[in-house]
Design a protein around this ligand. Structure first.
Ligand code: ME8
Length: 499
């Protein structure tokens, strides 16, 4: 059965930054992992192009809004390529088919009585495209961007969010692992328990850049427009609306409420199933400031990082530096250190040394598995590696790529210690041939395992290592991981140099 992984769809009001790339990389890692275990998975991403925020940005640049959003959508899709992010569907909220879908959904909600015409007054942040209550604001400023909010009082369509609060609470209590990491779910339950949810304003009258409400001058609230893009994308890939049940949403903690309260409430109102999981990540900061378009000094062009670290290097550093639950500071110096230590010195160097020995002394051919059966040290290391692979798989299943890198690094460290203790390079200085052959065999096998296991995170490095054994990543899957009895070397490449 096909499963789906989504990134948030990003606002097309400016250039993409490292925070966006992080969400894209995480979603791509989960997507690649599913494929690696033989599970068809569709990766969905896209751009959120309607609303006052985008209209104001185009106006500020004195640009025609259509060509402005075209340019921004292209900037995102080009950037994905540079970071080996491989979406199957790129959805834009200005797509004709999406706009038709929003009107259809709107009519269904109106017909059910969940949406009704009323009026609303409150404090609105255009940057967040949402109303805030007085207690959420800091001195009339929004808690996310620190921008001054505007008081808005207007006729609006409203959605009865409160009608779904009890069902949501029951759902969250019955599904304690729906949101990961867990503490995000705990804080959400607290929010739902506090008391009644206000009606949600779901249309705007002072913004014409959006999907028209059928039969009225209002435009549909951008968050309805944005959230339902997931369904447009699923349908475009050949799936049905019911497939939302097979969908994992990756998102930043700033938009948790939209995905954990508003989105499920809409789905319940439409009698659709709820998603499979929300994977929530924290923020990257630069010198302590959240990377954000409203902090221009934090929006360094992400290509500066891939030029320096390589795409795999940034993917690895992002994953290895911190678990999803914690905020982290982006420091190119720290990232370089990490990538050099783990990928270049520890892993690639081991591969190169072992494979060079295999080429030189065994002409690429390795002895068979039986040759190590009497070698307890080799057998023990190999058994350890199988256990670690199991842990790595569990870490992927738990959406914890940080844990994947921790376990991989431990295994590579163990193999390096083994390699140094066995000293296979002394082959011409009195070491038994069999001792060296068994060493090289076991190291080659584990290196191959690590390359496959870490391939969702570092696809290029893994492909390069596997090519030395005459294998392609596409033809390899988790099931072939345990042991390659007939492993042989076909070439020695130079895969990851110090950056
Ligand atoms: O919110 N660190 O779009 P957006 C980590 N269009 N991740 C970050 C980040 C940071 N400093 N800054 C941004 C929107 N992100 C809506 C979403 S979905 C139906 C609609 C990531 O362009 C993070 O995933 O403001 C965050 O949720 C997303 O970018 C917000 O992107």
């Amino acid at each position: 059965m096909t499963t789906y992984t989504t990134t948030p769809i990003f606002y097309a009001n400016g250039e993409p930054h490292l925070g966006h790339v992080y969400s894209g990389i995480l979603a791509d890692i989960f997507h690649r992992y599913r494929r690696l275990i033989g599970q068809p998975n569709v990766l969905i991403t896209g751009t959120d192009e309607h609303g006052k925020k985008i209209a104001l940005a185009a106006e500020a640049h004195q640009r025609d809004i259509h060509s402005f959003v075209d340019e921004k959508a292209k900037a995102f899709s080009d950037l994905w390529e540079s970071f080996s992010i491989t979406p199957d569907v790129f959805v834009r909220t200005t797509d004709v088919e999406h706009k038709a879908k929003i009107r259809e959904i709107w009519s269904r909600l109106v017909n059910k009585g969940d949406i009704f015409l009323g009026s609303y007054s409150g404090e609105y942040c255009v940057a967040c495209e949402q109303f805030y209550s007085e207690r959420e604001l800091n001195n009339k400023r929004c808690p996310v961007h620190g921008k001054e909010v505007e008081t808005v009082e207007e006729a609006t369509y409203l959605f009865r969010l409160e009608n779904y609060r009890q069902s949501l609470l029951t759902f969250y209590r019955d599904n304690p692992d729906f949101i990961t990491p867990r503490h995000f779910q705990e804080s959400l339950i607290e929010q739902l328990e506090i008391g009644e949810l206000e009606d949600l304003s779901v249309s705007r009258v002072n913004n014409s850049w959006g999907v028209n409400v059928p039969g009225d001058v209002h435009t549909v609230y951008v968050w309805i427009d944005a959230l339902f893009s997931y369904i447009t994308a699923i349908e475009r890939s050949g799936g049905s609306q019911q497939d939302i049940a097979e969908t994992v949403h990756v998102l930043g903690k700033d938009i948790l409420k939209f995905h954990a309260i508003i989105w499920p409430a809409f789905l319940l109102a439409l009698d659709l199933p709820l998603p499979k999981k929300l994977v929530v990540h924290s923020w990257w900061t630069i010198e302590g400031k959240k990377i954000s378009k409203s902090n221009p000094e934090t929006t360094v062009n992400p290509r500066v990082f891939s030029d320096k670290l390589t795409s795999d290097g940034l993917r690895y550093a992002f994953t290895r530096q911190k678990p999803l639950s914690r905020d982290g500071n982006v420091s190119i110096v720290d990232f370089i250190e990490l990538v050099n230590a783990d990928l270049a010195n520890s892993f690639a160097n081991l591969v190169k040394r072992n494979n060079t020995l295999i080429q030189k002394h065994f002409n690429g051919e390795l002895p068979k598995w039986e040759s190590i059966l009497n070698d307890d040290q080799c057998k023990a290391l190999f058994e350890t590696s199988l256990e670690v692979l199991n842990d790595i798989r569990q870490a992927y299943e738990a959406f914890s790529p940080y844990e994947v890198t921790v376990r991989c690094k431990q295994l590579v460290d163990d193999v390096n210690s083994f390699f140094h203790c066995r000293q296979p390079w002394l082959i011409n200085k009195g070491l038994e041939h069999q001792h060296v052959a068994a060493t090289c065999f076991v190291v080659a096998n584990i290196v191959r395992q690590v390359a496959i296991a870490v391939s969702p995170i570092t696809p290029e490095l893994s492909a390069s290592v596997l090519s030395e054994f005459g294998e392609k990543l596409d033809d390899t899957c988790w099931e072939t991981l345990s042991l390659d009895e007939n492993i042989r070397l076909t070439s020695v490449n130079s895969h990851f140099k110090r950056v």
